[in-house]
Design a protein around this ligand. Structure first.
Ligand SMILES: Cc1cc2nc3c(=O)[nH]c(=O)nc-3n(C[C@H](O)[C@H](O)[C@H](O)COP(=O)(O)OP(=O)(O)OC[C@H]3O[C@@H](n4cnc5c(N)ncnc54)[C@H](O)[C@@H]3O)c2cc1C
Length: 229
């Protein structure tokens, strides 16, 4: 692991040794990982992945940690935490963002630009990467309704962009479920809407969520899938 820590120090990649996972997961349980890294741009992510893969060091990606449970014994490898990789830009009706940004920030950017389509996702406590990974959704809307393209890093370290029809979205499932690919960026295609209507719907859904979910407390989140029908 010394070589990996040297690489982080050399490349200006923030890292913490023996980071307690309980502080990064909404469950608030989980022992330490060997190293947690916080790359803040795509080049650093590629550098980290290249090193870990070629050195055969075990690693795992986390976003906001709202759909993960870790053992008290911890994780004997590197955790790549995407939370510092969080940029966003709006071009016409499209929002392009990096995978570590919170879904709620993307929803607020949509509201600020009078764009509709993401209201149902407002309040889901995950990152864009985590939401694409499992096609997060609530109140009748899902990520699949608005994501038009996703860029990932392949197992060979190449960048690849795939489009909505290739993303294999299903109920809490996507092309990425159980694959060793790093989701780098996502693009949302939205529609012009009435800002007051967008805000009212977001406020309504958030207050319904708050009435049912004590999100300031340790939480297992949405543990169960709805059965068919
Ligand atoms: C209080 C609460 C309420 C919730 N409500 C809902 C809800 O209404 N609807 C819903 O669908 N879910 C809900 N969830 C679950 C959770 O918020 C979603 O599953 C969310 O999409 C997880 O995102 P995350 O960033 O926290 O992912 P994490 O928990 O960090 O990771 C989940 C999985 O995604 C993978 N992953 C994350 N980022 C990347 C990346 N960049 N590239 C590749 N893989 C990646 C991880 O490796 C892991 O396998 C809730 C959770 C809580 C705690």
């Amino acid at each position: 692991m010394t070589g990996f820590i040297d690489l982080c120090a050399r490349s200006g990649i923030e890292y913490i040794e023996n980071a307690p996972l309980s502080e990064y997961l909404t469950f608030r349980v989980g022992g330490p990982c060997r190293v947690m890294v916080f790359p803040d741009n795509a080049d650093k992510i590629i550098e980290v992945l290249d090193y870990l893969r070629s050195s055969r060091i075990k690693y795992y990606i986390i976003g906001k940690g709202s759909n993960l449970l870790c053992a008290d014994s911890g994780y004997d490898g590197v955790i790549i935490n995407t939370s510092k990789y969080d940029s966003l830009c709006v071009i016409d009706n499209h929002i392009l963002c990096s995978s570590g940004i919170s879904l709620s920030r993307v929803c607020r950017a949509a509201l600020d630009n009078g764009l509709t389509g993401l209201e149902c996702e407002y309040g889901i406590p995950g990152s864009v990467g985590g939401a694409v990974y499992m096609n997060a959704g609530a109140y009748g809307g899902e990520i699949k309704d608005t994501v038009c393209a996703v860029t990932h890093i392949t197992a060979g370290g190449e960048l690849e962009t795939i489009h909505q029809y290739e993303l294999d979205f299903g109920y809490r499932h996507s092309f990425y479920s159980d694959k060793d690919l790093f989701i780098l960026k996502a693009e949302f295609a939205l529609k012009k809407g009435d800002p007051d209507e967008i805000r009212n719907k977001m406020d309504d859904l958030l207050s319904r969520r708050k009435a049912k979910q004590p999100i300031e407390l340790p939480s297992a989140g949405s543990t169960f899938k709805r059965p068919e029908g």
